[in-house]
Design a protein around this ligand. Sequence first.
Ligand code: TPP
Ligand code: DXP
Ligand code: MG
Length: 638
Amino acid sequence: MSQTPLLDTIQLPADLRKLEPNQLRQVADELRTEMIAAVSQTGGHLGAGLGVVELTVALHYVFDTPRDIVIWDVGHQAYPHKILTGRRDRIRTLRTGGGLSGFTKRAESEYDPFGAAHAATSISAALGFAVARDKRGDDTNVIAVIGDGSMSAGMAYEAMNNAAETTKRLIVILNDNDMSIAPPVGGMSSYLGRLASSKTYRQIRKTAKSIAEALPAPIHDVAKKAEEYARTMVTGGTFFEELGFHYLGPFDGHDVDLLRRILKNAKEFTDRPVLIHAVTKKGKGYAPAENAADKYHGVTKFNVITGEQSKGSGGPPQYTKVFANALIHEAEKDEKIVAITAAMPSGTGLDSFGARFPDRTYDVGIAEQHAVTFAAGLAADGMKPFAAIYSTFLQRGYDQVVHDVAIQKLPVRFAMDRAGLVGADGPTHAGSFDIGYLGQLPGFIVMAAADGNELSRMVATAAAIDDRPSAFRYPRGEAEGAMLADAHIPLEIGKGRIVREGTSVALLNFGARMSEANKAADKLAAMGLSTTLADARFAKPLDEDLIRRLAREHEVLLTIEEGAEGGFGAFVLHFMARDGILDRGCKIRTLTLPDIFQDHDKPEAMYAEAGLDADAIANAALLALGRGANDLSAGASA
Ligand SMILES: Cc1ncc(C[n+]2csc(CCOP(=O)(O)OP(=O)(O)O)c2C)c(N)n1
Ligand SMILES: CC(=O)[C@@H](O)[C@H](O)COP(=O)(O)O
Ligand SMILES: [Mg+2]
């Protein structure tokens, strides 16, 4: 007999909590089906959410959310959480302009007490909430849910190290699905693997229900019971216990009734923080995900029946691929070249580099700080390390860039993918700040690729820079332009290039807005405004002669960059002020990303909003010339 759908009766967790415990399995099944259906239409992060369906149901059933709070680490697994917390009606707007964020977000819901997207922040944030509640005598519960991959990040240890001496009421759930984006790496992963595969774990799976039924004990001796319980349940979680946590587990993270009981009991632990080790499966309950090597971590739209994802346009190669191919080319010639990723082998393209050079490729886990200083050590001892870290994630290792790399002038090469706006991942992943944060560092060389061939040449250039640190940035997506004969020829340091000659307007572009700048030049030319288009190639050192010439020979000079204020345009202004060019009345405008955190949308929509598409660039030139805003599409005579 078909069951009455239950998910339709759940608008908020309070509705869930009206159900009987024996109905939760059905809720989880319906929730999983709904999530698969939704993500098949939107694309996004699938595997992680599938792995926490039961945990999400149990959490919102046992805890009085949103009074009790749940903080999801990274937040990419929070789609089931969003469906159960009043956002099911919008779940198919996920990661689209004006739609739901792909991560947790305070502004989106009271059930999202803390935003996320960069890994390993949940325990620190949860500790903050716990202490604030301790201080006001608020005995609501604070729960952090952190994955095994995120548990490889140093910040998690900083928080755990501080937790037990700071609060007595904190629940940390380690969602251990034995996956990061790629298979997890490092000693912690091995340790967790031992715990989860231990004989005791197999025993616990059989006896856990009986042990769980033995609780809760009468409140007055809950601490004694907690010790006994913890000892009974302990399966070598010594590491966590040494940090002052009760360690409970490992438990089957897909047994929704067991989770319900364990979480209910966890509320009784008030003498010190509790870490619950849940063993789950990334991609659980959807065969194409379970069987995929990446467990469908990030997917495009897909066919629910077959699991087949919509293919790319089949157009030009991704910038990421161009980088990987170029680095392989360089590494073929120089065995000192090694490559480092922080848990992003496929995203950075180092998976293909690693296939070619397995002994020269290092995945250090979600540990950007370590990655940078590890690279510095390699460079200090004669190697040529390429640290391939997304622009946004390099922010996590910035002090190491300054302290360990720049001050010591060590020749670490930074390959910064996802520079500029990234689209669906939104503000947490935008690569907006690296031009400024690297260009300010004495001795650094900072490059940006205007197209695929330029990127390839920048890899060759970086490979040849052995006396100081260098960085090159490139965006997410398809690389413009064909590869040319000079693809592996290093660039002359600090020299830009003229792409097209004009006389009235000079567009000095830095990075991959080049094609939009070229279209803007066409629009201006159609209005009788002859336009020079130059590719700066370097934000540091600047091509000072090029800037002097452009300023001298044109009525206006516009700088263009996919970066925040305080980057390339600022460096040009500093130079022009220093060099006295500004004294001679040169009209300059700096086109940058806006001084806001732009919400997610399609990249082209975001760039239009940012004023960095062809129309906006051309209009900026017209305004600078005092010609007023103009409807370029009309092609009206200026
Ligand atoms: C600081 C930082 N580095 C890299 C990433 C990219 N990233 C997103 S999810 C993820 C893997 C997370 O693994 P885990 O915590 O085990 O979660 P799971 O996907 O397995 O549920 C990574 C590396 C990130 N979000 N933050
Ligand atoms: C959740 C997370 O941080 C990563 O999965 C990130 O979304 C990857 O970004 P790309 O899809 O641009 O590789
Ligand atoms: Mg994991």
